[in-house]
Design a protein around this ligand. Sequence first.
Ligand code: RB5
Length: 153
Amino acid sequence: MKIGIGNDHTAVDLKNEIIKHLEEKGYEVINYGTDSTERFDYPVAGYKVGKAVANKNVDLGITICGTGIGISLAANKVKGVRAAVVSEPYSAKLTRQHNNANIISFGSRVVGSELAKMIVDEFLNAEFEGGRHQRRVDMITEIEETNKLEGAD
Ligand code: RB5
């Protein structure tokens, strides 16, 4: 499985720990983030990971900034992206199973590296359950594509 990872200046060390963790498990990881601690605009990395996921250059994405929020907002602006910000493993697993999230996002100033590895593992090991969840994910896509939602206006 190929994973795209992106980060801003707050998350260089954490990003490198996650890459090492994933490579040891046999994942191929493509780095779309900065490797410098100089200030870096998180939308750039969020956009790059979002595009890589939407274009299927990678299977899933990981985005990390100080809170995980700004970079996820940027990634979510790319059509086809469902980026979820989490700070614990349970939500990381459920957002794959129920929301078919294709990017997991967290904050370098929020979670420590061991918790971050657990978050990533739960996310990557889970599978979308489909069924009743598919209909709801389709509704999210309908909003994305039409700026409307049948029956809700
Ligand atoms: C950078 O200071 C910080 O704003 C950024 O890492 C992130 O937390 C934004 O959402």
